[in-house]
Design a protein around this ligand. Structure first.
Ligand code: BTN
Length: 321
């Protein structure tokens, strides 16, 4: 545990009381000056800490931010989120993750409170006002680059389960949009850096409209979007949701790597609202219309066209008709 986190723990143990600088310095075996420096660093991250000469320090307020110290506390993962980089504002967590990926351990997470160039699938933008959860996970799996679609579906399963823990009935629209009553609450963008047949790293970006005020989204997005706050009728605990997502993600990711894709695909099918629906699939090359009849072992959608022929698409935008 980092020193700042240890100091926080000590302050949290005495919610209404002062903890003396001396006690902290003795417990952590650091000088009083260092205690003071760490307290100021905590203040800079948003914690309100009162200090009174002769009494010490009292924790007065924890900011509503996805701070690493709050997420790491009680996070039940082996490697996902063991290193978290937090920013008040970023262009895009996926872009930042790319910059640090090669020098970062597997499972490193980048989080931003706001993004001013949030990236969506198919080159679109992802509106990222305050209140949402915007994070990217850096992974270094030993899988062929063309298995990336499977990883996207694995992420969708972890995301939908996390949201349904809040008592919601979220579903997955192929390949990886999480919808509640046909309105989008969460999107996933998987990016890759690979040689011809070897993966350098994967960045999994996930954006959740958590406590997002819907009227802060662009009008066109607003019509098709919802938020967890809107659906549950209350402000949600973004820290707990982030922790649960990282835990579930790690669990499914490890299952995927060790037992293979079929075990996770079974869950995906259970949560998907696409299968059995009439759909329009738009890819870079064509548009097809038909009934979604299944997903194959690569994660490709199987569509039965109106003339009875069966087609598969590995990626594209899906519209439920
Ligand atoms: C989609 O279009 O459905 C995918 C949206 C993905 C948004 C997330 S937010 C965190 C990460 N950083 C980005 O710039 N995009 C992803």
């Amino acid at each position: 545990m980092k020193t700042e986190q240890k100091i926080l723990e000590m302050l949290k143990e005495k919610p209404e009381d002062f903890v003396s600088g001396e006690d902290i310095s003795e417990a952590l075996k650091i000088s009083r000056t260092m205690v003071w420096k760490h307290i100021n660093a905590l203040r800079d991250s948003g914690y309100t800490i009162e200090s009174v000469t002769g009494k010490g320090y009292m924790l007065k307020g924890i900011p509503d931010l996805l701070l690493p110290a709050e997420i790491e506390k009680g996070l039940r993962t082996e490697f996902v989120g063991r290193q978290i980089h937090h920013f008040d504002e970023l262009d895009s967590t996926n872009l930042r993750a790319r910059k640090i990926a090669l020098d970062s351990p597997n499972g490193t997470v980048v989080i931003a409170e706001e993004q001013f160039e949030g990236k969506g699938r198919t080159g679109g933008a992802w509106a990222s006002p305050p209140g949402g959860i915007y994070l990217s996970i850096i992974l270094k799996p030993d899988i062929p680059p063309d298995h990336l679609h499977r990883l996207t579906l694995v992420t969708g399963v972890a995301a939908v389960e996390t949201l349904n823990e809040l008592g919601l009935n979220a579903e997955i629209k192929w390949p990886n949009d999480i919808l509640i009553n046909e309105k989008k609450v969460c999107g996933i963008l998987t990016e890759i850096d690979a040689e011809a047949d070897a993966m350098n790293y994967v960045i999994i970006g996930i954006g959740v409209n958590a406590n997002t005020k819907l009227d802060t989204l662009p009008p066109i997005t607003m019509l098709q979007a919802t938020s967890l706050k809107e659906e549950t009728g209350q402000v949600v605990d973004r820290i707990a949701i982030t922790q649960r997502f990282l835990e579930r993600f790690e669990q499914y990711y490890v299952t995927f790597l060790t037992d293979g894709f079929p075990s996770v695909l079974k869950q995906w099918r259970e949560y998907s609202s696409t299968i059995g629906r009439r759909v329009k699939i738009v890819t870079r090359f064509r548009t097809i219309l038909g009934e979604a009849v299944g997903v194959d072992h690569d994660g490709a959608l199987i569509v039965e066209l109106d003339d009875g022929t069966v087609e598969k698409e590995i990626t594209g935008t899906c519209f439920h008709l």
